[in-house]
Design a protein around this ligand. Sequence first.
Ligand SMILES: *[C@@H]1O[C@H](CO)[C@@H](O)[C@H](O)[C@H]1NC(C)=O
Ligand SMILES: *[C@@H]1O[C@H](CO)[C@@H](O)[C@H](O)[C@H]1NC(C)=O
Ligand SMILES: *[C@@H]1O[C@H](CO)[C@@H](O)[C@H](O)[C@H]1NC(C)=O
Ligand SMILES: *[C@@H]1O[C@H](CO)[C@@H](O)[C@H](O)[C@H]1NC(C)=O
Ligand SMILES: *[C@@H]1O[C@H](CO)[C@@H](O)[C@H](O)[C@H]1NC(C)=O
Length: 285
Amino acid sequence: MAASFKELILCLFFMTSVVLFIPAYSLPKKFTTSYFDEAFSRLYGDQNLIVLKEGKSVRISLDEHTGCGFKSRSTYQYAFFSTSVKLPAANYTAGVVVTFYTSNGDVYKDSHDELDFEFLGHANNGSWVLQTNLYGNGSIGRGREERYSLPFDPSENFHNYSILWTEKTTVFYVDYVPIRVTQKVEAMAGDYPSKPMSLYATIWNGSDWATGGGKYKVDYTYAPFVSQYSNFVLQACSNSDCDDSLTTEERNKMKEFRSKYVAYSYCVDSKRYPIPLSECKNDSF
Ligand SMILES: *[C@@H]1O[C@H](CO)[C@@H](O)[C@H](O)[C@H]1NC(C)=O
Ligand SMILES: *[C@@H]1O[C@H](CO)[C@@H](O)[C@H](O)[C@H]1NC(C)=O
Ligand SMILES: *[C@@H]1O[C@H](CO)[C@@H](O)[C@H](O)[C@H]1NC(C)=O
Ligand SMILES: *[C@@H]1O[C@H](CO)[C@@H](O)[C@H](O)[C@H]1NC(C)=O
Ligand SMILES: *[C@@H]1O[C@H](CO)[C@@H](O)[C@H](O)[C@H]1NC(C)=O
C-alpha cells in the first residue's frame, strides 16, 4: 500500500483510538466502493437476494428451498477486493457456509484458481469460524486452509474482509488488519493463482462438512439464515497501485492476531503434510 494510504490509515487509527478509544481502520481512500448492480450479477437463488440502500448493500439468505449467490460482472487478474459482511445471527447456524471468494472454476475445469474467505456456522450458540484458502491451477489435492476464531461476534455488526492479490503475494485482511500473507515461492509453481478470476459471494448448505466435520447439520427451524454485504470494492491492480509490502505496524498487528486467533494452519499440520509445503517457511507462523 502506498505511503499516503498508510499515513491516512494510521492517522485515522490514532484519531479514532484517542477520541473514541475504539481502534477502527478505514478503507484506503484510493479504493472506491461499487453499487451492487454495476459490479455484480445474480448467480442463483434469486428469490433469496434483496438489494438494499439503492444498491449499496445486499442481503442473501439460505432457507429450506435454496441458498443464494452473486458474481462479479468482470474478471480480474491481480486486484484488491473488499466487502463488509454481517453474518446470520441465529442461535444455531451449524452447516451454514457464507463466502466471499474469487474463482475461475467456471472457465477452467481442471486447472482453476481460487482465493477464499469462508465462514462456517456454529452449533448451540457457539462462534462462527473463519477459514481462508488458496488454490492455483487445479491444486485441489493440496488444500492450504487456515481457520481462525475472531475477536468479535461477526453476526452482531458489519466487519470488513479484504483480499489483496498481486503477482507475488496474497494478503487476507480482517478489518484492514492483515491476518495471512502467502508469498509465491518458486516451488509453488502453478499452485499460486495467476489467471483472471471473478469475485463471488454465496450462502449455502454445507451440512456434510462445515461444522464438526459434518457432525452438526443445518437445522432449518432456525432459517432463514440471512447474511448482509456492503462496501463492495473490486479494484484491478492495473487501475490502482497494489503495493503488497507490509509496514512494521501491519506486521505487528498480524503477529498479534495470529498468536491469538489461528485455530488451524496447513503449514503446521504434520499429519497431512509431513514436509510442510514450500511457502510455509516464508510465512509468519
Ligand atoms: C469497515 O469499512 C468501512 C468503510 O471503510 C468503515 O466505515 C467501517 O468503520 C469499517 N468497519 C470496521 C469494523 O472496521
Ligand atoms: C443439506 O445438505 C445435506 C448434506 O448434503 C443434505 O442431506 C440435506 O438434504 C440438505 N438440505 C436441504 C434442505 O437441501
Ligand atoms: C436466541 O435465543 C434467545 C433465547 O431463546 C432469544 O431471545 C434470541 O432472540 C435468539 N436470537 C436469535 C437471533 O434468534
Ligand atoms: C442459545 O442461548 C439461548 C439463551 O442465551 C437459549 O435460550 C437457546 O436455547 C440457545 N440455543 C441453542 C440452539 O442452544
Ligand atoms: C497448469 O495445469 C496444466 C494442466 O492442467 C498444465 O498443462 C500447465 O503446465 C500448468 N501450469 C503451471 C504454471 O503449472
